[in-house]
Structures are given as structure tokens and as C-alpha cells.
Design a protein around this ligand. Structure first.
Ligand code: GSH
Length: 223
């Protein structure tokens, strides 16, 4: 098999797994953990010197950064379908992807750790509330972008939707009643058969994650 996806599905590897499922391509999933037992081993550091997940190896081509991976896979395997072929539409997919990483990714991560994933007695309500405050403006922007169209590029689901919905995905447990278009779109994206298959892997990985790994995530990334 030529495509290897590294990273337990609880991590941002979920994004690459979802894309691979959308594309219907063969891949090998190597569900390695964060830290010394997985992403910080010399073997993995040779693939991703950041020691972070995910990364892919496609034949001999190595790539890290989750949304670069989804953009690459979509362009390679679904150009003109999941990946827009017109330059402007392609640029919009980059726009939404970079926007999601810079405006939304950290806030959703902090919120989910302090609302859901840490043991209840270790959650910090102030961090959770601050994350919600930080997310308020970008969520309004996304909600407005989806007010008149089902997907970010119009009528069809594309890599832009997958990237933004994957970044927002743990926010599905938030109260999203103030952003109803965002909420409907998120449920539409996460309800796709490919997303459900990747979410099943993610849920199993979440359930198997010991609290010390969740604490390591918080400590290492100052979340
Ligand atoms: N911007 C990177 C972030 C990668 C990242 O931080 N991954 C986390 C898991 S979701 C990780 O590997 N953390 C372990 C660590 O920082 O040691 C991406 O989107 O791929």
C-alpha cells in the first residue's frame, strides 16, 4: 500500500483519515500516539521533525500539517470534484483552510479539553469561557458565509468544508444556537458516510485515551 497515515484518530490525523475515506483510496493507518512512545521517536522524527501528528508518507513523498495533507490528497485524487480546479475557487479553499487553523483551531481545542476531555475536577472554567469568547467572532463569520448556501463553495461539499468542519468538529458539543447556519452545516458535513467512518475511529481512540495523555496535551501545548 502506498499511502501511510500516521497518528491515532483522536489527533488531527482525523482530518487526513476523513479525507482518505471521502476519496475512497487505499491507505494504511498507523495509529501512533503523541509523545515519547510515538511521535517523538527517532523513526517518526525523521518523518516529521516537529514530533507532531499527523504526517503522511505517500510512496516516498513525506508531508506534515494536517490541512496541507487534506489539500494534497484532494488535489491528487479528486481534482475538479472535492478540490476546485478554477484558480479563484482553489484560493478560497486555501483561504478557509488557513482561516480555520489561525482563527479557530486553538480555541476549539482549549474548549474541548476544559469542557469534555479532561477529568471534570481538572477542567478550568475560565479557560473554557475565554475560548468561547475567542471563537465568537470567527463563528459569526462562518455562520454568515453559510447563510445562503449549503457549503462554503456553493452547492457542493469540497475540501474547504472538510477542513473547516474537521477543525470545528469538537465544537459540535457546544451550544451553537446563536450560529444556526454553522450548526446545520457542521451536522451536514459530519453526517457524511466518510465522516462517520472517521468519527467512529476517533470516538474509539478518545475512549481509549488515558487521562495522563490528555494532561500531556494540555501541558505540552499550554492549553
Ligand atoms: N498544525 C499542526 C498541529 C499538529 C499537532 O499539534 N498535533 C498534535 C496532536 S492533535 C500533536 O501531535 N501533539 C503532540 C505534541 O505536541 O507533542 C497540524 O495541523 O498538523
Amino acid at each position: 500500500m502506498s499511502l501511510k497515515i500516521y497518528g491515532v484518530a483522536r489527533t488531527r490525523a482525523f482530518r487526513a483519515l476523513w479525507m482518505a475515506e471521502e476519496l475512497g483510496i487505499d491507505y494504511e493507518h498507523l495509529p501512533i500516539e503523541i509523545g515519547d512512545a510515538g511521535a517523538r521517536t527517532p523513526e517518526f522524527l525523521a518523518i516529521n521533525p516537529n514530533g507532531r501528528l499527523p504526517a503522511i508518507v505517500d510512496d516516498t513523498f513525506v508531508l506534515f500539517e494536517s490541512l496541507a495533507i487534506t489539500l494534497y490528497l484532494a488535489k491528487k485524487y479528486a481534482n475538479g470534484r472535492l478540490y476546485p480546479s478554477a484558480l479563484e475557487a482553489e484560493a478560497k479553499a486555501w483561504q478557509w483552510s488557513f482561516w480555520a487553523i489561525s482563527e479557530v483551531d486553538r480555541g476549539v481545542n482549549i474548549w474541548s479539553l476544559h469542557a469534555v476531555r479532561l477529568p471534570p475536577e481538572e477542567r478550568d472554567a475560565a479557560k473554557r469561557d475565554e475560548a468561547l469568547a475567542v471563537l465568537k467572532a470567527p463563528f459569526k463569520v462562518l455562520d454568515a458565509a453559510l447563510a445562503n448556501e449549503p457549503y462554503l463553495a456553493g452547492d457542493d461539499f469540497t475540501v474547504a468544508d472538510l477542513n473547516v468542519a474537521a477543525v470545528v468538529s469538537r465544537g459540535v458539543d457546544m451550544d451553537l444556537s446563536h450560529v444556526p447556519h454553522l450548526k446545520d452545516w457542521l451536522l451536514r458535513c459530519l453526517g457524511r458516510p466518510a465522516a462517520k467512518r472517521a468519527l467512529t475511529l476517533k470516538a474509539a481512540a478518545d475512549a481509549a485515551t488515558p487521562p495522563e495523555v490528555t494532561r500531556l496535551i494540555v501541558r505540552r501545548n499550554r492549553l
